[in-house]
Every structure is written in C-alpha cells, then in structure tokens.
Ligand binder design. Structure first.
Ligand code: ZN
Length: 145
C-alpha cells in the first residue's frame, strides 16, 4: 500500500506520536469511534480566538489512524481555524480526488498516507482525526473564553 519512504514516516509517527495527551476543561473535547476498524480517538482543542492554541489526542487504533492523528496535530497546532480547514480539504482531496491536486506544502507528512486512497475500507481510519477536530472546532462544542 505504501512505498518504503512513506512507510517509514508512518511508522515513525505511530511509534513517537506528536501531541499525545489530554487537555483540561477549558478545551473542546470530542470522542469518535470507527466501528469498521475499531479505532477510537479522544481529541482536545484549545483555542485562542480564531487560532488553534493547543491540540492533544489519545485513544487506541490502527497504525493509519494513529499516524494520521499525530501528523494532523503537528500541522494544525498554532494555525488559524480556516488554515486548519484548508489542510483538511487538501487531505480529503488526496484520499478522494486527484492525487496531484493535493500535493501542497500544507499537508506535510500526511502526504505519506496517500496510498490509503487505494484501500477504500481504510479511508475512514485516515480521516478520523480530522473528523474529530472538525467536531471539536464546530460552533456547538467550541467554548470561547
Ligand atoms: Zn483503523
């Protein structure tokens, strides 16, 4: 599914995930489960106005879901909500649309997960972290300070 270089990046993120942990009550929290694979993710976002000040995640899941959560967290912490949405859109394009369209700088290490597009059953694994972040950033769960 993945070539060697990409395989290495994915393994590296799953062995040494970035931003693993939890945040306190001031953060917006979501918990999502992917029944097809068993992936389970808790995600916390803390905002400073329109900026993602901090992101943390925990939970269990397959290599793809864990690596995607680590890669995403690394990319969107410190970014504005609209910049984070662009990253999400580019990653969705990589998995669903034209591959060359999504080769933007914005998606960083996430490009390594491009091979998932050939295995539709695993696409949700790759998108679960973004789904969680989208839910946590939504007006319903977003807490302003
Ligand atoms: Zn999975």
């Amino acid at each position: 599914m993945f070539d060697d270089l990409y395989q290495e990046i994915i393994l590296d993120h799953s062995r040494r995930p970035q931003h693993r942990g939890a945040l306190g009550e001031e953060a917006s929290h979501t918990h999502l489960h992917n029944p097809f694979c068993g992936d389970d993710i808790h995600l916390w976002l803390e905002f400073d106005g329109e900026r993602v000040k901090k992101i943390r995640f925990s939970g269990m899941g397959c290599l793809i879901s864990q690596a995607a959560a680590s890669m995403m967290s690394e990319l969107i912490e410190g970014k504005s909500v609209s910049e984070a949405e662009q990253v999400s859109q580019d990653f969705h394009k990589l998995l669903h649309g034209a591959e060359e369209q999504a080769r933007s700088e914005r998606i960083g290490d996430l490009v390594a997960l491009g091979g998932v597009r050939r295995v539709p059953a695993r696409i949700r694994c790759a998108l679960l972290a973004f789904e969680s972040a989208g839910a946590a950033a939504g007006p319903e769960s977003r807490r302003t300070q």
